[in-house]
Design a protein around this ligand. Structure first.
Ligand code: FPP
Length: 243
């Protein structure tokens, strides 16, 4: 059955999703945590496709933080496997990317990722670079502070090399040297699972973002929840420090 896409007066250009609550979703069902991540990956796909169908231009999913390496080895391995499976899906995923004109981008530190995953990431980015209706950023081995640290390093290098003078460093210089360079900042950041924190997600970019919290666990997230977020968003009065 064809999905009905509601009309909204205002659409955010960029939404960020913190995909939290997979472990609890699994525990409630007597399953292993990895089963929660498998369901979470299905929700990631469904919500990404729905955002594309709605006409949202950028969506960022927090998939693995720089701190997530501290989880049990078994869980880390199951997540890496899930990322690889998604990227290896080949024709199925490519068709989805083509139909929705979906560009895939990975934001985060490349160093430290398994080499086979890295190859798949590079291939997916290359294959989908030509699409421009929606950009789906997958934050993997991502940390907002690590992102700022690497921006500072690359700006410092430019100063050292004489390409940039200290007086010319502006806020825009920082925006231009982070992973999301060229993209609008997230208009709204969504955190389900009853937690009320940002957890090192889009630290610089979230300065003026709206927030949407809920108790829903990420694997239970549906298109209807996205509609709720969008109705809520269009009723918010964003002043960006003005009156
Ligand atoms: C945090 O919830 C979630 C993660 C660390 C992993 C998120 C990753 C996915 C949903 C897979 C995405 C798939 C692709 C292909 C991008 P948690 O498990 O810590 O939840 P808990 O707080 O209930 O334990």
């Amino acid at each position: 059955m064809e999905k009905k896409i509601p009309e909204f007066e205002v659409l955010p250009r960029h939404i960020g999703f913190i995909m939290d609550g997979n472990g609890r979703w699994a525990k409630m069902r007597g399953l292993e945590r990895s089963a929660g991540h498998v369901e979470g990956a299905k929700a990631f796909r469904k919500i990404g496709e729905y955002c594309a169908d709605l006409g949202i231009e950028y969506v960022t999913f927090y998939a693995f933080s720089t701190e997530n390496w501290n989880r049990p080895k078994k869980e880390v391995l199951s997540l890496m496997k899930l990322f690889k499976e998604y990227l290896r899906e080949g024709d199925g995923r490519l068709a989805e990317n083509e139909v929705r004109q979906m560009k895939l981008r990975f934001i985060g530190e490349r160093e430290g990722l398994p080499s086979d995953l890295l190859k798949l990431i590079e291939r997916a980015e290359k294959e989908t670079a030509k699409y421009s209706k929606i950009t789906v950023n997958i934050a993997l081995n991502y940390g907002g502070r690590a992102e700022l640290k690497s921006a500072v390093k690359s700006i410092a290098q430019k100063v050292k090399d004489g390409e940039l003078s200290i007086d010319d460093i502006t806020e825009q210089t920082i925006s231009d040297n982070i992973y999301t360079a060229g993209q609008p900042d997230p208009d709204i950041i969504v955190r389900p699972s009853g937690e009320y924190r940002l957890s090192n997600f889009l630290t610089w970019q979230s300065a003026y973002s709206e927030f949407w919290f809920s108790d829903i666990l990420w694997p239970d997230f549906t298109e209807e929840h996205v509609n709720e977020i969008l109705y809520d968003f269009q009723n918010r009065n964003r002043r960006f420090g003005g009156v």
